[in-house]
Design a protein around this ligand. Structure first.
Ligand SMILES: [Zn+2]
Ligand SMILES: [Zn+2]
Length: 287
């Protein structure tokens, strides 16, 4: 039952597959639910090289200033250590699996979405009105009425979805949302600074987005506290979706701004390099 994606849908299919692959990688690399002992790490402890350094500093660390604003710490998921599940080797299997889920799901999307480019999308208020972003799980059965039941079954068999916690609709809603956002994002202006390949994993055939190395969320603070000069605030790294998500799970905004404001600083961390090696091995069929 192999579905063939027609030539004129190939471009959108590849965007969709990237969005799906990002969500799959995120699930697979998600820490197992376990007691949150890591969050109890004592704030004042010195960073040991054997512990992921961000855990310590994210939970308190050296100098937070006096006003104690830690916007990022409210969300425990942000500082959760990114651990790769054992046996989760992305290679041909994961690429095939991603291709399969992406192809079958894409084939069920409303026809307009399979070929629309940015200009079509922006020129069609009907299309925009049909999908109010972000989509939720409840919207999905309307958008994907003919999804092959093998798809939810496969995702659940691989532990990607769980009927109780996160079903197929909840899993696919952010994937379709990311796809629609990329349809509604103007193509980037040609820029000499744009990298050819993801600056973390080196994959060069997937869509890249830019990451503010000093996250915008902390720009004002970064200048006020003298961490960075105004002119450095717009430094960006070009990253694939999976690495971009990884970076934001790796460290909260403030820590990214203070310790990881260049790609080199990020790649100096073992955890980042391990991720880069791991995700860099994920190749699509025929590449
Ligand atoms: Zn990457
Ligand atoms: Zn970013």
């Amino acid at each position: 039952m192999s579905t063939i994606i027609p030539e004129d849908q190939q471009r959108n299919y590849e965007v969709f597959r990237d969005c799906l692959a990002t969500a799959l990688l995120e699930k697979i690399s998600e820490p197992e639910a376990k007691p949150r002992r890591r969050t109890k790490t004592k704030p004042k402890r010195k960073t040991l090289s054997s512990t992921p350094s961000h855990v310590n500093s994210a939970s308190g660390g050296e100098d937070h200033g006096l006003n104690g604003e830690h916007p990022d710490l409210a969300d425990p998921s942000i500082k959760s250590h990114v651990e790769l599940k054992e046996n989760s080797v992305p290679g041909d299997d994961l690429a095939d699996f991603t291709d399969y889920i992406a192809t079958e799901t894409f084939a069920c999307l409303p026809a307009e979405l399979k070929t629309a480019d940015y200009h079509d999308y922006m020129a069609s208020p009907e299309l925009q009105a049909q999908f109010i972003l972000p989509l939720t799980g409840a919207d999905m059965s309307a958008h994907l009425p003919n999804l092959d039941p093998d798809i939810p079954e496969s995702l659940s068999a691989y532990g990607i979805t769980h009927e109780q916690k996160q079903g197929i609709n909840e899993f696919l809603a952010p994937v379709l949302t990311a796809f629609l956002i990329s349809l509604s994002t103007p193509p980037p202006a040609p820029s000499t600074t744009r990298a050819e390949a993801c600056e973390i994993c080196g994959r060069d055939w997937i869509n890249l987005s830019y990451h503010h190395l000093i996250p915008r969320f902390v720009h004002a603070k970064a200048v006020r506290r003298g961490w960075h000069r105004e002119c450095d605030l717009q430094n960006v790294a070009w990253l694939c979706g999976a690495c971009h998500h990884f970076v934001h799970r790796f460290a909260p905004h403030e820590e990214l701004a203070r310790r990881y404001y260049t790609v080199e600083l990020l790649l100096a961390e073992d955890e980042v390099r391990r991720w880069a090696d791991w995700v860099g091995r994920l190749r699509w069929k025929g590449r």
